[in-house]
Design a protein around this ligand. Structure first.
Ligand code: CUA
Length: 149
């Protein structure tokens, strides 16, 4: 290896070290992070489920690296659930395969789908849009219970 090659490698390593230090400085000393893009609508400031009438619910979900909030939702069998979905960081997926629900969670936007849950059971929500290192473990549940039991 000649001297110039070695010098270029040292220079490159030095620059990478500077970039890394700049990132750490921004993140820890200046508290610069991912921008939050939750829609202004206040309902998403605290993701939740609310009952509208005897068999209709509204569920406000926020997807974020790497979970859904709320992570589990309980509704009685026979319910209609209006799902409102957004993301607070990057684009995520929201898939309930048993119910053919296939939504995207997009920062700054709200997507909606109404789903009827006739049968009791546990309906898995999975993120089906690659969103980083924790993507494979990003999931939630809609738990539909039998009112009569
Ligand atoms: Cu969120 Cu993949």
């Amino acid at each position: 290896m000649d001297k110039i090659e070695l010098r270029v490698m040292k220079l490159t390593a030095g620059m990478l070290a500077i970039f890394l230090l700049a990132l750490l400085y921004a993140s820890y000393a200046r508290n610069v992070g991912m921008p939050a893009c939750v829609p202004y609508s206040g309902v998403f400031s605290k993701p939740h489920l609310q009952q509208i009438d005897s068999n209709t619910y509204e569920a406000f979900f926020v997807a974020k690296m790497w979970s859904f909030e709320p992570s589990d939702v309980y509704v009685p069998a026979g319910s209609d659930v209006d799902i409102y979905l957004t993301s607070s960081d990057v684009v995520h997926g929201f898939n309930i395969s048993e119910k053919a629900v296939n939504l995207m969670a997009v920062p700054g936007a709200i997507n909606k789908k109404t789903v009827h849950f006739e049968k009791a059971g546990i309906y898995k929500i999975v993120c089906h849009e690659y969103c980083g290192i924790g993507h494979h473990s990003m999931e939630g549940e809609i738990i539909v219970y039998d009112k009569t039991k």
